[in-house]
Design a protein around this ligand. Structure first.
Ligand code: SAM
Length: 151
């Protein structure tokens, strides 16, 4: 028997409340944290054109930032409200990102699952159970090339 989509309910409520208060983004200050910005300008950053999945992308600011740097970006979040806002913002920026509303604990990612980089900014730690974190990490491992997932 399938379990109720608890993450979806919880996070949709958070985003809907923020938007009902007139906020454009749930937490704009979380976009592009310094350590992430530093990584993107380092030698370890993947080349432009690489396929990046941002897991728990919220209303899309990091995903859009990545697309503006020339990456092919898929943003995934469990909240439909956040994904709807992310799509709006990407359109305003004339920027292409594939935004998907999925529960990364319970749902399979659609193929092709061939990403070069899995970006997680404050998402793994919001999953409550060890089993949920394990399921989420399995999705990441299955979506990355063997060298990236074992390094
Ligand atoms: C702390 S927020 C971080 C949002 C964004 N990464 C940022 O830095 O602004 C955690 C995000 O993870 C998403 N999330 C929580 N559980 C999820 C799940 N099971 N599958 C996909 N996304 C999930 C939430 O909707 C929320 O957008």
């Amino acid at each position: 028997m399938s379990q109720p989509p608890v993450y979806q309910q919880e996070w949709d409520q958070i985003y809907r409340q923020a938007y009902a208060q007139g906020r454009r983004h749930w937490r704009p200050e979380m976009a592009t944290p310094p350590v992430f910005a530093e990584f993107l300008t380092s030698h370890d950053a993947p080349p432009a054109g690489s396929r990046i999945l941002e897991a728990g992308c919220g209303d899309g600011l990091n995903a859009i930032h990545l697309a503006q740097r020339g990456y092919v970006v898929t943003g995934v979040d469990v909240s439909q409200a956040a994904i709807d806002r992310a799509r709006e913002v990407a359109t305003e920026h004339r920027c292409h990102v594939d935004f998907l509303c999925l529960d990364l604990v319970r749902d399979e990612l659609p193929p092709p699952r061939d990403y070069d980089l899995w970006v997680d900014i404050k998402t793994l730690h919001v999953l409550w159970e060890d089993a949920d974190r394990a399921a989420y990490l399995r999705r990441a491992v299955e979506s990355l090339p063997p060298a990236a997932s074992s390094s």
